[in-house]
Design a protein around this ligand. Sequence first.
Ligand SMILES: [Zn+2]
Length: 454
Amino acid sequence: MSYDLVIRNAALALGSDEGVDISVSKGVIRSIGISEAAGTLEVDAQGALVTPGGVDPHCHMAQISSTGVPTADDINSGTVSAVNGGTTTVAAFAVQHRGDEVRDVAAAMIARVASEAVTDVALHMILTELGSTIDDDLEWLIDHGITSLKIFTTYDRLRLAPEAVIGAIAAAGKSDMQVMIHAEHDGMITDGRAQAIPAGLRDARGHQMSHTRQAERAGVAEALAIGEYADVPIYLVHVSTSGSLDEIRSARSRGVRVTVETCPHYLWLDESLLAGDLPSTAAFMSSPPLRGAHDRAALWAGLADGDIDIVASDHAPYRMDGGKLPDGADTVFTGVANGMPGVEMRMPLMMSAVAEGRLSLNRVLELCCSNPAESLGIAPNKGRLEVGSDADLVIWDVGSEREVRHSALHDQVDYTPYEGVPVMAWPDTVIYRGRVVGPDPVPGSGRFLKRTVA
Ligand SMILES: [Zn+2]
């Protein structure tokens, strides 16, 4: 018996001195333990920590923002960035802009993934209107491996009308599709904007004043109530406040089914980064905006105690010199393309949280690998280091401190919001479907992940 690949002397826990061999053939893990059999390729992990590849269920690539700006990353550069950060599966979005046929945009994105990707890519479908063919459209999506929807409750270009929100959730439920919700209260946001501009708040403070903690909490409460009303499980993206977690705990206690996501920027970056003029703060503008110490502490607690299920990057890459500030220094906050790049930093940051003792390794692997795989319906092939799972693996360099530099990253953006942030973990070697990923992965060497409903 021989294998395509054997990783020797891998540690499966931090600081473990018991090395094991991970043997792989045809892209799948065949044995974990001491292996006498040779591999065509042998990689000595030298006692380094080996984990499953990351699964990032929320990445914007090859997409147009809510302000009409294309993302700097396409599927190729976005997945190159992902894999260099230890993430081997991402989920991106096909977007039905108003007037688009759902099937056309979905088919076009599937084709782009097949020709450009260097990792596995699943797709969610963003719906911005509910046509009369919705049930047939959803059936078509499921037949073609797209089993989840995303809907927005705010942003004029993206949001569904209130009755369409309920209709989309109910239709998704009927088809056993998952429904992801960007939950912020549109009325409060509109009111905040109407107050901010006359008050002279044209910069990030205006954005904060409109995307308040209350607006998120109200949006979350409403989404939970609609999920309860329609009896359909929902997925809340980028939860950023302690008040939202209160609503979630309360809803769960009465049986509401909800999956809860947060993102590294709400954990690592503080709202104080939003003080200053737009050119110096736009890099840190996202929706919802960064929050303060109280919310960040609540999110860290939520990761540890299970209130939060998933850490996703919400990779939203817009260049400072191309679209993030469409009118340069004269841009008003409502014109900023919100979002930050982060697909390459999510795993190193979260593994640093392990190295620093903030979270256990098992918990981080749940948050970043197995729970997102479960939620996408691609477990146990993805997100687990087990016999029978795909050989998507990361050999980590843990324990040596380095500072994040954008020049070392692989996205097409011109900054990272984590510039200078110290990290204690970095991927040394990444293995995708049993192959060691080299410096120039071939476009199209990744795969579209055709999913099925449970
Ligand atoms: Zn997003």
